[in-house]
Write a protein that binds this ligand. Structure first.
Ligand code: PMV
Length: 360
């Protein structure tokens, strides 16, 4: 597939007003995407677990655009309220995607969005938000062209979501998604995420992700700026090579269910992501003292119990704890006894591997 395959070739006429709702999950990367080229092309491949509970629900009500406006006309409500701060990001999204969704010029869109997780919890909502919006817009195209098959619809949704926020392209499908061309995963692409097609070891099918909310404040640096700092980063070349290597290794681990190898690889990826941040120019640090306390406690718990609990991090201070479902009882007890003390207002969210975006 090339970018041109996503430009519709058939003419469109507007259809009767309607409404589409999508629910898209967040995702957590095991091998991280950090660094990009123009047009949201990743500098290295990544792979993630699609989540289940942390979701964005987006409703797109479309009506015939009677105004003079060129391009897409839209209004946006977040949790029932106008959200002018989000509008520039949406405008950029619609500008970038107009070529692939030309029929949107026929409509006025009323977009309403809400998250299942607490607002400003420090959980990045752009992945689930952009995936939900992209999936709704592809569904609208599908109402024009009912022949569009599911695989193409998913690829196009992922392609468009990527143009909103890179990692969002991994939130369309479940339960493990690969994004970024690499020789270890056939059909992998820089343009969209694809489901991991090998047989996943049973243990990963309902793997748990408990997200410890360490810091809810504004991030010190946006991920857009962070990605940019990989340009000219002294360790970038090695890092990108390492990500390819890690992808090869994690593929084996996801098939075999080797949890020791999983723990080592996933934690090393999280540490590398933050090491890149700490060694860029300018350098920055998104971990907080409580992030480090949690990591040390996790290591101690693992040493003492032998339970393969591991952590990973996004571009922020919150900690994702990954573990097999059969250990939920002991891990949740450990979280309640020791780790909630490091969470802002004692907050954490229990999630697990999920199936991807649902349209209704
Ligand atoms: O999707 P973005 O541009 O917000 O980048 C997010 C990158 C990380 O979350 C740090 C890693 C990843 O692969 O999700």
């Amino acid at each position: 597939m090339t970018e041109k395959d996503f430009i519709p070739s058939d003419p469109f006429s507007s259809i009767v007003p309607g409404i589409i709702q999508s629910e898209a999950p967040s995702n957590i990367a095991l091998v991280k995407y950090w660094g990009k080229f123009p047009n949201q092309i990743p500098a290295n491949p990544s792979i993630s677990f699609t989540l289940n509970t942390c979701t964005t629900t987006t409703t797109v009500a479309y009506s015939i655009n009677s105004g003079e406006k060129d391009g897409c006309s839209f209004e946006f409500l977040f949790e029932g309220q106008p959200k002018p701060d989000f509008e520039p990001k949406l405008k950029t999204f619609f500008d970038r995607t107009n070529k692939y969704l030309p029929f949107l010029n026929l409509y006025h869109l009323k977009i309403s969005s809400s998250n299942s997780f607490p607002h400003s919890s420090g959980i990045a909502s752009s992945a689930s938000a952009m995936a939900a919006l992209a999936a709704s817009l592809v569904e609208l195209e599908r109402r024009h062209h009912p022949g569009m098959d599911q695989q193409f619809a998913n690829q196009k949704s992922s392609f468009l979501a990527r143009l909103g926020s890179g990692s969002a392209c991994r939130s369309i499908s479940g339960s493990v998604v690969v994004w970024g061309a690499n020789k270890h995963i056939p059909a992998s692409s820089d343009l969209y995420g694809i489901p991991f097609s090998n047989t996943l070891a049973d243990v990963f099918k309902d793997y748990q992700d408990t997200i410890l909310l360490v810091h809810r404040g504004q991030k010190q640096i946006s991920s857009t700026v962070g990605h940019k700092l990989m340009e000219g980063h002294p360790y970038a070349k090695q890092r990108f090579k390492q990500a390819h290597r890690h992808l090869k290794e994690i593929k084996k681990v996801l098939i075999s269910g080797d949890l020791d190898a999983f723990v080592t690889l996933v934690e090393r990826e999280a540490m590398t992501l933050h090491a890149m941040m700490m060694t860029s120019a300018p350098y920055f640090m998104l971990m907080k003292p409580n992030t480090l306390s949690i990591i040390e406690s996790v290591w101690e718990f693992r040493r003492e119990t032998g339970i393969p609990l591991c952590f990973t991090l996004d571009a922020g201070a919150n900690v994702h704890l990954l573990y097999p479902r059969k250990h939920s009882g002991k891990v949740l007890q450990f979280i309640k006894n020791e780790l909630v003390a490091y969470c802002e207002n004692g907050q954490y969210i229990c999630d697990q591997v999920g199936k991807g975006t649902i349209i209704s």
